[in-house]
Ligand binder design. Sequence first.
Ligand code: S3P
Length: 188
Amino acid sequence: MTDLNKLNVPKTLVMVGMMGAGKTAIGRRIAARLDLSFIDADDEIAKAAGCSIEDIFERHGESAFRDGERRVIERLLASPKHVLATGGGAFIDPETRSRILESCVSVWLRVEVDVLWRRVKRRNDRPLLKTAAPYETIVSLVEQRYPVYAEADITVDSIDGPAEDTVDRVLCAVKAYLDREDREGSNV
Ligand code: S3P
């Protein structure tokens, strides 16, 4: 594993995927392993707004949240290289997605819908799931979003189990991606 910890990721590593995919938990561990700083975009949005994500949705609505999310992520992408966990809808925004695809290495943590549901139903603070039928909401978000998340540079399946196993699999996949980029770059 020592090799993987020394991996030199040349750009910001962005975690994308659904709520409950583990973007923050896994991203934080990856940052520690690579000796990079870790930033959670939702925390930064809440900080900039001076209130919680729930409050932003309640007081101003989803579209105001998305505007703030786009602005905050644009600023974060301009800051020095780090590991960034994005909220589940961030990569779905065309502008944010193209910025991430242009200047970062993106990793989609793909999780089966029933595993997501098991994780998210324990908490009640996700504005998009405050619906009459939250399971159906998750299923429908997965259907809409998975084809878009698939545009990320790297896809890693995340299953229930020790977080460090998923971290190892992400680092292996990032290494393979960077090696491939190097090879293709040197063939040009
Ligand atoms: C959202 C996911 C949340 C948060 C907001 C909207 C989404 O972040 O950004 O509630 O659209 O899926 P997490 O993915 O970190 O839960």
